[in-house]
Design a protein around this ligand. Structure first.
Ligand code: EPZ
Length: 421
């Protein structure tokens, strides 16, 4: 296993290009299962999770090929409707094959994803939605099996907005007879990007980006080419890095409209944020002002930016209350930040962060994707050396993170754990 060594205290300056969004690429890649044909994708990030979904598509019978940021998927050979445990356990987003397999083959068998570090993360809303469309759902031996003679359009109400639930049901409904309406649907840009691709394939979806999405069933779809939208969470992570290290970073390829709450909170915290059509420039300053954040479904402050923003608040000049409303256990990074000198008290789903003079480098352990990003940020601003172990979590969602931070002036390198012991 690899570790990352960071010698903190340097201001980060320069330009960084944002990669394609992991959470947009995943559903767009599984949408290829809806029709037999050859798809081309550009701006696909080079991430472990993308490797996993391509492996899963190959297991189901598709032919996948990757050259740099271009990926082709040929689904003419898709003949299997099962997503095996050894692939799904590594990445819960594998459940995104359920909707398209059910729509195209009228059958799907996917290992139930286990929980993960940040919470139980059930998929009951996905399965209830499939049943509403007419599928029979059985759970046995850790697998969920969905089967349907026909799928019929229905009104489906989500108790809370679910990103992959909205994506799965949109895909399941494209061939359903009649009209499906998803109420209280997720409004994330990644949902809208998927709907845009499905519509270019011939689907009839309206309302993506609003809480009410309507899918009118069609008979056939055609394969398309698609470009992956930029990763708003990767962009937000580099924006926080500029604010943290009193640097000046020009983030290119980002979409400012996807980052409004993050931009607003960074400005409130005293950072300078200038917007251009496809670039965001962030300038850090001191003192950092303490601000409160509350994570909410899009367009609210993204839960995937909570851990990163907490690092900025840990060196701010007052008390900040961070409320996590999406996941029940998304404060794991707090324990590691405390070991670096952060003064944080947790009470329920609130974290009270009292700004400290400085953080100090320490050996820490990554636990989930965004928590590990927060440890990198803490290492960049801390005095001394930080060693982050289990960085495979990082590799799932951040492309070439040490190269990108290195180009901005960070003293950061990857080592193999065995070599370092
Ligand atoms: C997506 O996960 C993202 N993953 C997550 O990003 C992100 O944190 C999350 O949305 C929230 O924005 C992908 O898009 C691949 P949800 P998802 O269904 O779809 C509960 C990252 O770092 N819920 O929107 O799994 C659930 O427990 C990852 O890239 C049910 O109870 O999240 C949570 O409390 C981490 N039953 C809330 O809804 C269900 O059937 C929102 O979850 C589904 C969800």
């Amino acid at each position: 296993m690899d570790a990352i060594l960071i010698k903190g205290g340097r201001a980060l300056n320069g330009e960084v290009r944002i990669s394609g969004a992991k959470n947009a690429a995943l559903p767009m890649l599984t949408a290829t299962l809806l029709v037999a044909g050859k798809f081309r994708f550009s701006n696909v990030p080079d991430l472990k999770d993308i490797e996993s979904i391509l492996q899963l598509l190959a297991t189901i019978g598709a032919e996948v090929d990757r050259k740099g940021e271009e990926v082709t998927v040929d689904t003419r050979g898709v003949d299997n409707f099962e997503a095996p445990y050894e692939l799904v356990r590594r990445m819960r987003a594998s459940v995104l094959v359920l909707g398209p397999l059910l729509a195209r083959l009228k059958r799907a068998r996917v290992s139930l994803p286990g929980g993960c570090a940040i919470g139980a993360r059930p998929i009951n809303m996905h399965l209830d939605g499939f049943e509403r469309l007419g599928a029979k759902i059985t759970l046995e031996h850790g697998y969920v099996e969905a089967a349907a003679e026909t799928l019929t359009g229905e009104e489906i109400f989500f108790d809370v907005p679910t990103v992959t639930g909205t994506e799965n049901l949109m895909m399941a409904a494209v061939f359903a007879k009649g009209t499906t309406v998803l109420r209280n649907a997720a409004r994330e840009p990644e949902v809208t990007a998927l709907a845009d691709m499905l519509n270019r394939m011939g689907a009839q979806i309206s309302g993506a980006g609003t809480p009410n999405i309507t899918v009118s069933g069609v008979d056939t779809l055609v394969p398309v080419s698609a470009e992956i939208i930029p990763d708003r969470i990767e962009a937000g992570t580099y924006m926080v890095a500029a604010a943290l290290t009193q640097g000046n970073i020009r983030i290119t390829g980002a979409e400012p409209d996807h980052l409004k709450p993050v931009i607003s909170k960074l400005r409130e915290a005293g950072a300078g944020v200038e917007l251009a059509p496809d670039a965001i420039t962030v300038t850090g300053s001191r003192p950092v002002s303490s601000v409160d954040i509350k994570t909410l479904p899009f367009p609210g402050f993204p839960t995937d930016m909570q851990a990163q923003f907490m690092v900025l608040m840990s060196i701010a000049n007052g008390l900040s209350v961070i409320t996590e409303t999406i996941f029940e256990n998304r404060f794991i990074h707090v324990l590691e930040l405390q070991r670096m000198g952060a003064d944080i008290q947790i009470s329920g789903n609130h974290a009270m962060v009292k700004g400290a003079e400085r953080l100090s480098g320490a050996p820490v352990m990554a636990s989930d994707l965004r928590a590990s990003a927060s440890l990198v940020l803490a290492g960049l601003v801390a005095e001394g050396t930080t060693r982050i172990s289990r960085v495979y979590h990082l590799d799932r969602g951040y492309e070439s993170i040490e190269q990108k931070f290195g180009q901005l002036g960070a003293n950061i390198k990857r080592i193999s754990e065995t070599a370092s012991s």
